[in-house]
Design a protein around this ligand. Structure first.
Ligand code: FEO
Length: 398
């Protein structure tokens, strides 16, 4: 696939990869993905916005050459430095000896370690900075944790175009560049939701902050880093509305109670804790997940988008059980910092599971409520009452 003109002097020069099925080792991409990159030409200067994954460098460089000489590029804008957008930078710089890299302060630190180059031609971008290309200028908005600490948005006012890197993105590739070409809209919407859940769901509060920026801008085209370019009258209004809906919903969200239960004892405690939480926080706030009955893609979204969470495990061979540890390994430590958590479990001999989970969650900087609740073998009526009251207390302290 070669370059695509989006507007006058603005081109898509990225990579389409409809065959990709696993992104970044862990993320299923049923509909492939794209690594989007854009060239913006002013009357005096040329900017390249985002680069590409190192694996596709040669094809990517050829796409750039279709619309400009790389040596004529003045600015390389990196709105976010994850290697799918910065992996080709080291080689690209050899072709662009006159380019300055425009990047946020955290991004500048990442780039030094990503490229292992000491003399990167960096210009640190601060909130409100802009650069003039001649007849077109790029305005920058710092947008941390969307979805990395380095994230920022680039806005091209003259053409009403937003370049927000992963924000509003999707792993979807039919393979066409523009949303006007999407044939399977339902599949696109499903991929868009999956991407939001995996990448931005854990950062709902930052999504709100990002929307507060973009809502003030006049935008008729969103050029994200993955998925189709989004245009007014096609998918643009849909994606903006959905981000609003989803982050609002998540702000009020639910408190999942996860558990594994060998003989139904830990399950009984889970249900009583959930009842206690819902008594205080509202009818359907808490809901139980038997970990073994759900896929980790679902569990991961549930824990990372929660307002608070509860985890229960029996103790088997002096430890929590493997599915519980697998769930804990899904926790996004950045997004869950200070997230309230409660731990519980039934045990037979010694009950190491609860303190082990408490310690791990504290290592992840979650705000663990007390030392958790341990019940020996089958919960008595009193144990169940205590579990119910513990759920209430946990909810009252949120
Ligand atoms: Fe597409 Fe966060 O990189």
């Amino acid at each position: 696939m070669s370059s695509v003109q989006i507007k006058d002097n603005i081109y898509w020069v990225g990579i389409l990869n409809p065959a990709m099925r696993i992104f970044d080792v862990v993320m299923k991409t049923e509909f492939g993905t794209s690594y989007n990159s854009y060239v913006v030409k002013g009357s005096e200067k040329i900017a390249l916005i985002e680069t590409s994954h190192a694996r596709f460098s040669e094809q990517y460089f050829n796409n750039i050459r279709e619309v400009c000489e790389p040596k004529d590029i003045n600015y390389i804008v990196l709105n976010h430095c994850e290697p799918d957008h910065s992996g080709s930078l080291r080689e690209l710089l050899k072709l662009c000896p006159n380019a300055e890299i425009l990047v946020s302060k955290p991004g500048s630190n990442f780039l030094k370690a990503i490229t292992n180059l000491d003399n990167l031609p960096l210009r640190i971008i601060n909130q409100g900075d802009s650069v003039d290309l001649g007849g077109k200028s790029l305005d920058f908005y710092i947008a941390p944790f969307l979805h990395w600490p380095d994230s920022m948005f680039t806005y091209l006012k003259s053409d009403k175009m937003l370049f927000p890197c992963d924000f509003f993105g999707s792993h979807y590739c039919e393979p066409y560049v523009m949303d006007t070409s999407i044939e399977y809209t339902d599949k696109y919407k499903s991929a868009f939701k999956g991407y939001y859940d995996a990448i931005f769901g854990p950062f709902a509060q930052f999504v709100k902050a990002g929307l507060a920026i973009t809502d003030k801008l006049e935008i008729d085209t969103i050029c994200s880093s993955h998925g189709p370019v989004l245009t007014k009258g096609n998918q643009l209004d849909y994606v903006v509305k959905k981000y609003h809906d989803w982050c609002e919903a998540e702000a009020k969200t639910k408190i999942p109670v996860f558990y594994c239960s060998a003989y139904g004892n830990t399950k009984q405690i889970a249900e009583k804790i959930a009842e206690g939480i819902s008594e205080i926080a509202g009818g359907d706030t808490a809901f139980c997940f038997d970990i073994n009955e759900h896929g980790f893609d679902v569990l991961s979204v549930a824990i990372n988008s929660s307002k608070a969470f509860v985890i229960g495990s029996p103790t088997i061979n002096s430890d929590a059980v493997k599915p519980v540890w697998d769930l804990i390994s899904c926790i996004d430590a950045v997004g869950n910092r200070n997230r309230p958590a409660l731990v519980f479990g039934s045990y037979g001999w010694s009950g190491e599971a609860v303190p082990s989970i408490v310690n791990r969650l504290r290592d992840l900087k979650c705000k663990v409520f007390g030392d958790g609740m341990k019940v020996n073998f089958v919960p008595s009526e009193l144990d169940l009452e205590n579990a119910y009251n513990l759920g209430k207390e946990f909810a009252q302290n949120l």
